[in-house]
Design a protein around this ligand. Structure first.
Ligand code: COA
Length: 394
């Protein structure tokens, strides 16, 4: 039985910062951000968006009534969750009106959480072939104003519907995963900003890729020439390129050209959104699928997932017949086209603005946020979520 990605949804906040403006303001050559790091625009979340709302907005237009009834497991990968006890998946389950006979959990391992979710979903569907699983990867990447990590911030979510006989990508069984205790990136519970040893994280990302790739080739008896494309976790778009470069000479000339072309296409969305942590690899896959007409059914796509701390995994998927018919290119184009630019000072003010942490209540103005699902405030220490269409408040 084939199991894999049946639908993919994506959401980013309606505001963005132009990286050239940020560079100029920080007295940095803009080429460092646009070429050296490879980012053009960075999504800026308003106070009315958090990991829960971003994920709900990624899934809300993707699911039909049949999906909502069939989903019996919601797995929410995030490293910027909103509660230490209650899972973000439970909020999303209610906001989307899913079948109540479902499991709902949150998974954390830096940017790797959604990959763990997909593999758990695959095992669940193997045991329950009629089920569908909603896997979410949703985050707000925050390093701090004027820090080296600032240019690699972003916000957004990807929603993946995992099912048997999937319409987009069948996930293959061979997979190699690797764990080692590395302090390259972490966020203590008292901090709303991540700490990163940037150079170490770059180094470890490539070292983990190399380890899982080498082992994968032996385990699966495949080589680079067997791949139509390789998608990478993209904290910034230059990062995956650095890893791809280390294996490129394993392929013949035609393969090298194909992988480089497809790599570029797989970075278009990420280049315009920034780092979305858990969703980044899947945003890259979506970008590739929605930016090319050259891929065909049966093509194998490699996927490298990396979550600092650190866990890495290399796995693969096979494109399914007519997969293009199951993408939502128009919706995603409309999302990008409708975004508004903010100035550096507006971004800085939004970055410094924070929800109360002393138990006091707050009401947020949600009319200026075009998103369907918004955070409307906090009352009695409870986040108040609104699905504007369902007219429900949680
Ligand atoms: N024109 C073109 N390229 C330029 C440039 C210019 N004027 N100035 C610098 N660059 C290049 C550098 O050569 C470098 O490229 P390279 O990595 O291919 O050598 C790149 O831009 C970044 O410059 P660098 O000096 O290394 O940046 P930095 O020290 O300010 O920080 C990160 C870069 C990624 C380490 C930092 O943004 C960070 O810590 N991010 C968060 C952690 C992260 O994303 N880790 C990734 C793995 S999970």
């Amino acid at each position: 039985m084939k199991i894999g990605i049946d639908k993919i949804g994506f959401y980013a906040p309606h505001l963005y910062l132009d990286m050239t403006r940020l560079a100029e303001n920080r007295n940095i050559d803009p080429d460092k951000f646009t070429i050296g790091i490879g980012q053009e625009k960075m999504a800026v979340p308003p106070m009315t968006q958090d990991a829960v709302t971003l994920a709900a907005n990624a899934a809300v237009d993707m699911l039909n009534d049949v999906d909502k009834e069939a989903i019996d497991f919601v797995i929410f990968g995030t490293e910027t969750g909103v509660d230490s006890s209650k899972s973000a998946a439970v909020y999303v389950h209610e906001l989307l009106g899913l079948n109540p006979y479902a499991r709902a959990i949150e998974v954390k391992q830096a940017c790797y959480g959604a990959t763990a979710g997909i593999q758990m979903a695959k095992a669940h569907i193997a045991m329950n072939p009629g089920s569908k699983v909603l896997v979410l990867g949703s985050d707000i990447a925050r390093y701090g104003l004027s820090t080296p990590g600032e240019a690699t911030q972003g916000a957004g979510a990807v929603a993946l519907l995992i099912s048997a006989e999937p319409h987009i990508l069948a996930v293959e069984d061979e997979s190699v995963y690797f764990t080692a205790d590395i302090m390259d990136f972490w966020r203590p519970v008292y901090s709303d900003k991540a700490f990163a040893d940037g150079k170490l994280s770059n180094e470890q990302y490539i070292a983990f890729f190399s380890r899982v790739w080498e082992q994968y080739k032996t385990k699966a008896d495949l080589e680079l020439n067997d791949f139509a494309a390789v998608c990478y976790h993209l904290p910034y778009t230059k990062m995956g390129y650095k890893a791809l470069k280390t294996v490129l000479d394993e392929g013949n000339e035609e393969v090298q050209e194909r992988l480089l072309t497809n790599y570029k296409l797989s970075t278009v969305y990420n280049r315009n959104v920034g780092n979305i942590y858990t969703g980044s690899l899947y945003l890259s896959l979506l970008s590739l699928l929605e930016q090319t007409n050259e891929l065909t059914a049966g093509d194998r796509i490699g996927m490298f997932s990396y979550g600092s701390g650190a866990v890495g995994e290399f796995f693969t998927g096979i494109l399914q017949p007519d997969y293009q018919d199951y993408l939502s290119i128009e919706r995603h184009n409309a999302l990008f086209a409708s975004r508004s630019e903010v100035t550096v000072s507006e971004y800085e003010a939004m970055f410094d603005d924070a929800l109360p942490t002393d138990g006091s209540a707050v009401e947020l103005e949600i009319d200026s946020d075009p998103a369907r699902v918004c955070l409307a405030g906090i009352a009695d220490n409870k986040r108040q979520y609104v699905n504007k269409e369902k007219n429900t408040t949680l």
